[in-house]
Every structure is written in structure tokens, then in C-alpha cells.
Write a protein that binds this ligand. Sequence first.
Ligand code: PXP
Length: 246
Amino acid sequence: MLLGVNIDHIATLRQARYRTMLDSPNAEPSPLTGALDAKAGGADSITLHVRGDRRHIQESDAFAIRRECDLPLNLEMGNTQELIDIALELKPEFVCLVPEKREEISTEGGLDVITHEESLKPTLSTLQEAGIKISLFIDPVAEHVEMSRKLGAEMIELHTGCFANAQGEEQDAEVQRLTEAAILGHSLGLQVNAGHGINYTNIEKLYTVPHLTELNIGHSIVARSVRVGFQNAVREMRDLLNLYPS
Ligand code: PXP
């Protein structure tokens, strides 16, 4: 199981104080240092989300990480021309297309690939022609998995937000939804990833979901790092991923 470390919230902390002074040598913490620490802690890739409103990661962060960190880069982005242009220049290994609403705190809900089929098609082909592999961040719903295949994505990332917010039997039902979507995705030849709201406790429940290749995890690792340091927080998560049955 691969670990993609999402470093957005390192930038969130920096932006809380240095939004207008990013060139300052005091503009800490640094997402680039976070990416390098994540690598040292056992991350397999770095995920970052350049949002339309630039609330956390800035373009300059993305380019610095591309230049100075040799892990594969997964750029999360909304389907806009501005972000497509940035992706073509940045050339990450992967783009994960996500829905983006300005007022949301974090990405809420998966991308509605059925409603947006027509607008997604040219984006996928433009990015794929540039050698970038595409992941679609979708809810664990059969029709969305099938549409992801039809659109020609290489990967899906199953949204685990509902799973993370649920408890008890409700959470078991979410695990079942994720399981069915993962089985379907795998049978259609898609790489199946998952992410959102995964933490050091609930990850155990995902061990029963088959065919997961990569988990993208951010907030819980950044939160844990306040106590143990970022590298250790990544390593602890890495150790938990290693318990996923191979
Ligand atoms: N995957 C995607 C597509 C996301 O949008 C996010 C949140 O930015 C994550 C994974 C990571 O979620 P979290 O920060 O809750 O671990």
C-alpha cells in the first residue's frame, strides 16, 4: 500500500500568519521542508491541492517541491483552465481532479463525473497527452466508477469522507460501499486509491477494503506532527499502512 502525504495543511498554518509575506525568511512552516520530511518518513508520493482561492498551497510551493523533492507529485485540482495551464507547466506524475466549492472548508463530496462528463473529457485528454496520469476523486458509487472508466482515467480515488464521519453500523455500511466500489474499479482495470479524513485510528477499518493501492492522507498527519514531528508522524502512518493485507 502506497502512502501519498498531503501537505496542504502545512501551508494552511503558514498562511495563518504569512499570507502577504511569503518571501519572508520567517514564513514558516515550509511545505517544501514538509515534503522532504515526508520522504524521509517513508512517503511514496506528495499530494498538494492548488485551490482556486490559493488558501493554502501557492503555485510557488508546487514548483519548488517539483524542483527539489524527487518523489512523484500528485496535483489535486478543480477542472478549470487556469489549473490545467499550471498542471501542464508543472508536469506532475498525477493529477487528481476534484470538485471545488469556494465556501467549503475542505473537499466535500466526490466529483460528479456523470453531470460533468462533457467538460471532463477534454481535460483528461489534454493532461494525458502531456504524460500525466489522471485520478478522479469520486464517491463510492457504481455509476461513478463506471463513468471514470468510460472517461479513460487511469485511477479513481474513493472519497472516504462519509466513512470518516460515520460511527458504528453506519461506518460498517460505508466500508461496504467502499468495498463494492473498489471491487468494481479493480475489475474495470482502474487503480483504486482512497482518501479524505483517514486517521491513525480509523485506518484499521480500511484493511478489509480490497484492491487499495494508495491512501492520500493529510490532516491527521499534520495534526499528529505537532506532538511528534512531521517525519515521525509520517513514519507512524507508514507503519499502519504496512499492516494492510497484501
Ligand atoms: N484526497 C483528496 C482528493 C482530498 O481533497 C483531500 C483533502 O485535501 C485528501 C485526500 C486528504 O484528506 P485529509 O486531509 O482529510 O487527510
